[in-house]
Design a protein around this ligand. Structure first.
Ligand code: HEC
Length: 145
């Protein structure tokens, strides 16, 4: 009986902790300034994803571009202060521009962006870059020059 009471009390504590945890997480998301923000330096893509992006780039983009067109001061620095959402949308809505064979798969563009990040010597991480626009919008492009 006593053990049961203790278990009940414990269960109530756990529920209370979960509840306040959820509540404060929700409260936090109301304040964008302290939201979980990242930059391109935080390992936002994976090595394997960038490799898939490289294969795609060679197949779909290299007839018009070399990857070095998109590296460094002359290119990536022009995106300084924007987010990966801006960059992703630019690439996914505009490229390839002749559109006779548009790439349908939105994940393919996350792979291409991952490859371009890698080409800019930004560090890889454990997980793939997302194709979710809200999450991409929380990854800032900075420190590119
Ligand atoms: C048929 C030729 C062609 C192909 C294929 C092509 N592009 Fe482009 N790309 C262009 C041209 C032309 C521009 C310049 C367009 C402009 O400035 O409006 C450009 C511009 C770009 C830019 C940005 C330039 C800027 O000023 O920000 C990026 C990034 C880009 N391309 C990525 C890609 C990727 C990734 C692919 C493959 C999915 C690709 N392109 C395929 C012709 C091409």
């Amino acid at each position: 009986m006593e053990a049961r009471t203790r278990r009940l009390t414990l269960a109530m504590i756990v529920v209370t902790l979960l509840w306040t945890g959820l509540w404060s997480a929700q409260a936090r998301s109301g304040f964008p300034a302290i939201q979980n923000e990242q930059t391109v330096w935080d390992g936002v893509y994976s090595r394997a994803q960038a490799e898939r992006g490289r294969v795609l780039f060679d197949a779909e983009c290299s007839r018009c571009h070399g990857v070095m067109d998109f590296v460094g001061d002359d290119y990536m620095a022009t995106w300084e202060g924007q987010t990966l959402r801006d960059f992703y949308l630019y690439v996914s809505s505009g490229m390839p521009p002749d559109q006779h064979e548009p790439i349908e798969d939105f994940l393919a563009y996350a792979e291409l962006v991952a490859y371009l990040l890698q080409a800019n010597a930004l560090p890889p991480g454990q997980t793939d870059l997302t194709a979710n626009l809200d999450r991409l919008d929380r990854i800032r492009i900075e420190g590119m020059n």
